[in-house]
Design a binder for this molecule. Structure first.
Ligand code: URA
Length: 203
């Protein structure tokens, strides 16, 4: 597999830095044969950012640009994610970002249940190493891990704590690109993150 760094814009190069606690896991993911997405991927997309880190984002799965570059959220959704991060004074280098599935579903279809199950142990291990205070789920597939059966339109922005981990469900940035009115909703939901990180929600 060619080194994806070769085709990456210089600004993205720092995102290829692998956090030391995740080195072994990234190597395992790079060779992962656990589901059929292994047959069609160009690159695995394990995650990017810092570990340990207080703030972690979990999206759905890599798209075309992410598959080309081996990095999460580097297409249009990623640009909006960067804007949202800037609105709370954070950048991609001081958060940790990953997806429910680490390989691109062909033609950007939804990840299938068996693909999510095959990849879920990787996400467990990432959460264990990142040790976030807050996880923000982006879209319904990561939301379903903590809020099975819930509807995003009803619970977005309503954080809950699970064994000391605060999880705030959010719309997927791509939904806000399709429906402009969700941009403001996502900004409002994001604005809650700083207080969740300091344990002072509602302050
Ligand atoms: N959408 C996602 O859910 N994840 C990405 O990495 C890119 C787009």
């Amino acid at each position: 597999m060619a080194d994806p760094r070769a085709g990456a814009p210089a600004a993205l190069l720092p995102l290829y830095e692998v956090p030391a606690p995740l080195t072994g896991l990234y190597a395992e993911i790079a060779d992962c044969p656990r589901c059929i997405l292994a047959r069609t991927r160009t690159h695995t997309v394990p995650g990017s950012g810092t570990a340990p880190c207080d703030l972690m984002f979990v999206g759905e799965g890599p798209g075309q640009r992410e598959d080309e570059l081996g990095l999460p959220f580097v297409g249009r959704s990623g640009q909006f994610l960067d804007e949202l991060l800037a609105s709370i004074g954070r950048s991609r280098l001081d958060v940790y970002v990953t997806n429910v599935v680490k390989c691109r579903p062909p033609a950007n279809r939804d990840p299938l249940p068996d693909e999510i199950v095959a990849c879920s142990e990787y996400l467990d291990r990432q959460i264990a190493e990142v040790r976030p205070t807050v996880v923000a789920t982006l879209g319904r597939f990561s939301m379903a891990r903590w809020f099975p059966g819930a509807r995003i339109s009803q619970i977005h922005g309503q954080a809950q704590t699970f064994d000391g981990l605060t999880v705030i469900p959010m719309y997927h940035p791509a939904a806000a690109l399709r429906n402009g009115s969700l941009r403001a909703v996502m900004k409002q939901d994001f604005a809650q993150i700083p207080a969740l990180l300091t344990g002072t929600p509602g302050a």
